[in-house]
Write a protein that binds this ligand. Structure first.
Ligand code: FES
Ligand code: FES
Length: 159
């Protein structure tokens, strides 16, 4: 199947099989390996990317479903000058990862939350992130990182 979508702000022309998942195409065809694949059955959230601003599990999302839409992956978050997105920086500052395998999916899911609710409560963060599983860090620093990023982004929006 041939079609186009926008990937991290740039138009991309694709030729892939109808059954190819978005994770397969991102990682194997487009060499964007930031999106991780773990359970492959839409349970762990490691593969979360944004399609049209909404979080999806790229391990089960068929690539052709994204035709004509805007796809954002973890590679699309940093600024052109290399400055990390506040969520990326906050995960570092709060020590919110160990192996890091879940982290890209965590950050993309958190971005969807902050895009919709810029200053979420702790309960809203916990509720929103319940589809993202971390096997080694524990969730307290992850929630703290999202709270920190929300605060930073709120400050940045005032300037
Ligand atoms: S790898 Fe997609 S949800 Fe687990
Ligand atoms: S940091 Fe290892 S799975 Fe989350």
């Amino acid at each position: 199947m041939k079609f186009q979508f926008t990937l991290n702000g740039k138009p991309v022309a694709l030729d892939c099989e109808a059954a190819d998942t978005l994770a397969e195409v991102l990682r194997n065809q487009l060499n964007l390996n930031g999106t991780k694949v773990s359970c492959e059955v839409q349970v762990c959230g490691a593969c979360t990317v944004l399609v049209g601003g909404a979080p999806v599990s790229a391990c089960t999302y068929l690539t052709y479903e994204a035709r004509g839409k805007s796809v954002t992956t973890i590679e699309g978050l940093e600024k052109p000058d290399g400055t990390l997105h506040p969520l990326q920086q906050a995960f570092i500052d709060e020590f919110a990862f160990q192996c890091g395998y879940c982290t890209p999916g965590m950050i993309m899911s958190a971005k969807a939350l902050l895009d919709e609710i810029p200053r979420p409560t702790r309960d809203q963060i916990i509720h929103h992130m319940d589809g993202n599983i971390c096997r080694c860090t524990g969730y307290v620093p992850i929630v703290a990182a999202i709270e920190r990023a929300a605060k930073v982004m709120a400050e940045e929006s005032k300037t």
